[in-house]
Design a protein around this ligand. Structure first.
Ligand code: FES
Ligand code: MG
Length: 630
């Protein structure tokens, strides 16, 4: 194709015929070209430069975003890669969303960022686009500490719920980029390195939670938790465990959208910079071939991505993101469902020994070969004919790198014959409590017996209710109770906060209880662990939601073998409670009425967001939405 052909920028203004009529927003095509040349030349570009493939580079740097602190270096290297290969690199900004500094949650802003990304890719004269992004994982501790005086630390947990959120840049960029359907090349910022405390490695953010839980239980004091706070994020980059950031990086590589080692190279490594240069080089080739995501991404690409998700014990958030991403693709809309995750999970073992399911950090994974080594092991389970962004198939890439197969002693990537967890690290539950599904990261359960458990519910109606009562010594709760948190679903608490990791009531924590069966319609950070059922759909805020009618004392069963989430009340009681609640909601003129009147992005969000099993995208953005395939 001609570089930036719709804009005609490669065409000299002396040309008077043969112009494409695509973008004639200033009148005739010739005058439109003339005017655009005026302004692009103000930037100093020559006709020669403009005759090259133009590669846009999305700059998501922000002074509030430590996960993206290396973006300026990556841009420089990506530009070098573009320009050494005959392209013209032009950077431009989109919004930058950091986990901890995106009130109310970063998930609230994911769809906004996807719209920004889609529209700016469509709007500008670029032939391919490098999307530089990290993915953010919950990192609440620094926020808590510097937002308050140290000595107030014991008062803080009640505020924490409103700040929880997660990991949105790469999902947002993939959603936007696939919808824009111009050639796109994700470039990940990379994970941080682990820190050290008293001779032990620690890293964001699994160890944020473990240590915070120890602090709540009185096992460590305020001086020690403060010292730990200094070390949890010792370098820039995304969280260094298999949280959502690392999960989405691995999944994006498995989709065939970036170099395989680009998933794990540390943010502060020279390897990371070379990957940026390589991405620049790839972008020129992809621009020339005009290889668009809707053309090379197929169902098989997503099956590979989900296989990897299961094999790495990836974040539950990736389920929501992958559903949203697939639903942007007109041929895959509705093809990838929760059932797909469940089916693949049943035949895929967990092979990676990384936190939170295992013990190690992302740089350990990188050091033993990262995704390239993992995919060699997973080979029998993959669709090797899936195309990648470079035009090669996944099988061709793996064949070319056979020499990098694991041929040395290591304990990070297990063989298929000796997995860390036999199958279904992520499992999908159904039942009268979750007719449209729920998700559990079974491999991260601390007390495995809780995966099959029946207990009485202790219900919290929303985050505020939880904050008020969870540590009340009078709360009637035992280690066998099932903690239920409603009202943190996509509509109920816009952004679906990562509050699903309901804290163990302090009085139980103090006796050594480290895990309980916990249920919510929200999310949890990919770095967190426990027996936590998430994403219950439909969420409690939906008037007919069975989850909305659970009462304290009801018996709830989680049965992992049968993938069951069951509320032990009769159908009649269930239906009558649902009707009563629906009528009550309507009688009070209802939240739905209030939503209609809300202004701004928040109003748009609440009116348009779909449920977790659909990806919590806006209904009008998914490929099934009105005009979705344009
Ligand atoms: Fe950015 Fe964890 S806060 S990846
Ligand atoms: Mg996260």
């Amino acid at each position: 194709q001609e570089p930036n052909s719709d804009y005609n920028l490669a065409t000299p203004i002396t040309t008077t015929s043969g112009l494409r009529q695509g973008l004639t927003s200033y009148g005739d095509a010739h005058f439109s070209l003339f005017l655009r040349k005026v302004f692009i030349k103000a930037l100093g570009y020559s006709e020669d430069a403009l005759s090259r493939p133009i590669v846009g580079i999305i700059n998501t740097f922000s002074g509030f975003n430590p996960c993206h602190a290396n973006v300026p270096q990556l841009i420089e290297a990506a530009k070098r890669g573009v320009q050494l290969n005959g392209g013209l690199a032009v950077e431009f900004p989109t919004i930058s969303v950091h986990e901890s500094f995106s009130h109310p949650t970063s998930m609230f802003l994911r769809n906004l960022m996807s719209m920004d990304t889609e529209e700016m890719i469509k709007a500008q004269p670029l032939d391919a686009c490098i999307m530089i992004g990290g993915v953010y994982i919950l990192f609440m501790l620094p926020w808590l500490l510097f937002s308050s005086r140290r000595r107030d630390i014991f008062d803080l947990p009640k505020y924490s719920l409103t700040f929880l959120g997660c990991d949105k840049t790469v999902p947002a960029q993939l959603m936007g980029g696939i919808s824009a359907n111009k050639p796109i090349l994700p470039l990940i910022t990379g994970p941080m390195l682990p820190g050290s405390h008293r001779g032990k490695r620690i890293g964001a953010c699994t160890d944020c939670r473990n240590n915070w839980a120890a602090f709540r239980a009185g096992e460590i004091d305020v001086e020690e938790i403060s010292a730990i706070n200094e070390e949890l994020a010792p370098t820039i980059g995304t969280c260094g465990v298999m949280g959502t950031a690392s999960t989405m990086a691995c999944v994006t590589a498995a989709l065939g959208m970036m170099p395989l080692r680009g998933a794990s190279a540390p943010a502060v490594s020279s390897a990371r910079i070379r990957i940026a240069e390589e991405t620049g080089a790839n972008a020129v080739a992809v621009a020339k071939a005009s290889r668009k995501p809707q053309e090379f991404l197929t169902k098989e690409s997503f099956l590979n991505a989900i296989t990897v998700l299961q094999a790495i014990g990836g974040s539950t958030n990736a389920v929501v993101h992958l559903l949203a991403i697939a639903n942007r693709h007109p041929q895959l809309q509705g093809v990838i469902t929760l059932e797909t995750f469940e089916e693949i999970g049943r035949k895929t073992p967990l092979l990676i020994d990384l936190k939170p399911s295992g013990d190690n950090y992302m740089n350990d994974f990188h050091n033993v070969g990262g995704m390239l080594a993992l995919l060699q092991v997973l080979r029998p389970l993959l669709h090797l004919s899936a195309k990648t962004v470079t035009g090669q198939t996944l099988g061709e890439i793996l064949d070319a790198a056979r020499s990098r197969m694991l041929s040395f002693e290591q304990n990070i990537i297990r063989p298929l014959s000796d997995p860390l967890f036999p199958s279904s690290s992520l499992a999908v539950l159904h039942g009268n409590l979750a007719p449209n599904g729920a998700v559990i990261k079974a491999s991260a359960s601390k007390y495995r017996h809780l995966l099959t458990h029946t207990g009485p519910a202790v219900v919290f109606e929303n985050s505020a209710d939880l904050a008020l009562r969870i540590d009340n010594p009078a709360l009637e709760v035992t280690k066998d109770s099932v903690l239920v948190l409603k009202g943190i679903g996509p509509i109920g608490n816009p952004g679906m906060p990562e509050a699903g990791l309901i804290p163990i009531p302090r009085k139980l924590a103090a006796t050594g209880v480290k895990d309980m069966l916990r249920l919510s319609d929200g999310r949890m950070s990919g770095t967190a662990g426990g027996t936590i059922v998430l994403h219950i759909s439909p969420e409690a805020a939906v008037p007919r939601s069975p989850f909305g009618i659970v009462e304290t004392g009801d018996l709830i069963t989680c049965d992992i073998e049968n993938r069951l989430l069951h509320l032990d009340v009769s159908d009649e009681v269930l239906q009558s409670r649902i009707s009563q609640r629906k009528n009550a909601l309507e009688a009070e003129a209802g939240p739905a009425q209030a939503r209609k009147k809300k202004r701004g992005y928040r109003g748009l969000y609440e009116r348009s967001v779909n449920q977790a099993h659909e990806g919590t995208d806006f209904d009008f953005l998914s490929a099934a939405g009105p005009g979705g395939s344009d």
